[in-house]
Design a protein around this ligand. Structure first.
Ligand code: UTP
Length: 408
């Protein structure tokens, strides 16, 4: 992109100030800035002012889950079905590890965080150990894709290499980077991180399939015969990966997707709940739960929106290709954005000072024709690490690991 083209692109989005330091920049800094302007999409920024144009929620109704007793009754059958699909090379894992992990507050990527007490136990190591359970049962490795971002890619790749992929077959591991989105102040003007760099952050975990396609990996997995993608978060250290029972149940139901869910502790628990929205599968965020939805009961008298998602989904690849050009819902999130102040100092704000733009994987479920909510026991499968202490923390995850006999 030339300077003139960059100027035009910025002017169209009201962001000309991103070139204000041009005269002071060295040649390589100029090139870096032009490349960033070329790569960034500024078209969503106007929604800061035009929020009423953002998609509204549809009509929410209940969606029943496949519950534990039904799963137990069919466990072996589902497991065989799932293992057969894994052995046939139809299932791949996709680790979403592009997040910033700001709540955990570590300088390294989250996957490098050590939760060990007597010896190192890195988050990534826990995930791969879990995947290895399935590798052993199936008798083969399955493709393992890892999404990183500009902010953590090099460190993540280096870390896995240094640790010999924790025993996973390196030939089966593929990395790709997600896109970045600009970060703006409350008036919708991009912050500058440096004189030659616009402040940006990973664009949420919903862009993973598009980023995978841009990296040429969708073509690759199609050629290899992969039909199902199991996507999961980096921070659940009890995460079951390519769980054959889950895969088998989704195949058995002939659903286009599946979502692992846990029974909510209380209707108010802060997790997104599975539902139907205008008749299609969806996830209603806890802050969108109205008093009517919180009180609603199903035929058994249980809360009707009783199952929360844990960011472990199975998607049929062909269906993802069909929806990849659909615009997912845009989330405008208030955050603390480090920036370069007018006096040339670098500011790390203590309080939120603007917005980031994200698309979320949970909104992809709504694009699917069907989704099977699949209940799992939270004590065995859900130990997210979001914070250092308290709820969903290193402490709570360690306690759950120990409960499951994992040596830390
Ligand atoms: P979170 O919503 O917990 O976000 O991500 P985060 O960035 O990791 O942490 P905070 O909010 O800054 O503390 C849930 C999952 O989605 C991935 C994360 O890596 C995690 O596995 N993710 C999130 C991405 O891959 N990309 C993103 O842009 C955001």
């Amino acid at each position: 992109m030339t300077y003139e083209e960059a100027k035009q692109k910025l002017a169209a989005a009201g962001q000309e100030h991103a070139l204000q330091y041009w005269g002071e920049l060295k040649e390589e800094e100029r090139q870096a800035l032009l490349a960033q302007i070329d790569a960034l999409d500024f078209s969503m920024i106007h929604y800061v002012k035009d929020r009423n144009e953002l998609q509204k929620r549809g009509k929410i109704t209940p969606l029943g889950a496949m519950e534990l007793p039904e799963i137990e009754a069919n466990r072996e059958r589902y497991k065989e079905k799932g293992l057969a699909a894994i052995r046939a090379g139809k299932v791949a894992a996709v680790l979403l590890a592009g997040g910033m992990g700001t709540r955990l507050g570590s300088d390294n990527p989250k996957c490098m965080y050590d939760i060990g007490l007597t010896h190192p136990v890195f988050i990534m190591q826990r995930l791969i150990e879990n995947a290895m359970d399935v590798v052993r049962e199936a008798g083969c490795f399955f493709p393992f894709y890892i999404m990183t971002s500009d902010k953590n890619h090099d460190a993540t790749v280096r870390f896995l290499k240094e640790h010999d992929f924790f025993g996973y077959d390196p030939a089966k591991v593929h990395f790709f980077q997600q896109d970045m989105a600009p970060a703006v102040d409350y008036d919708g003007k991009v912050y500058m991180e440096e004189k030659y760099r616009i402040a940006s952050s990973p664009n949420g975990n919903g862009g993973w399939f598009v980023s995978m396609a841009k990296a040429g990996l969708v073509k690759q997995l199609r050629e290899e015969g992969v039909e199902w993608l199991n996507c999961f978060a980096v921070d659940n250290v009890l995460q079951r990966i390519a769980d054959p029972v889950f895969v088998g149940a989704v195949l058995d139901r002939q659903a286009a997707s599946g979502a692992k869910v846990v029974r909510k502790v209380t209707p108010e628990e802060k997790v997104g709940a599975m539902c139907l929205e205008d008749g299609k599968p969806s996830i209603v965020e806890y802050y969108d739960m109205t008093p009517e939805l919180l009180c609603a009961k199903d035929a058994k008298g249980d809360p009707a929106y009783n199952f929360g998602v844990i960011l472990n989904y199975l998607f049929r690849e062909a269906d993802l290709e069909k929806i990849m050009n659909e615009k997912l819902m845009l989330h405008i999130v208030e955050k603390k954005i480090p920036y370069l102040a007018a006096d040339g100092t670098h500011v790390k704000p203590e309080k939120p000072n603007g917005y980031k733009f994200e698309q979320l994987i949970l909104d992809m479920v709504h694009e699917m024709d069907s989704c099977l909510p699949f209940e799992v026991d939270r004590e065995r499968e859900f130990a997210p690490i979001k914070n250092r202490t308290g709820v969903d923390s290193v402490e709570s995850a360690r306690a759950l690991c120990q409960k499951n006999g994992i040596l830390l």
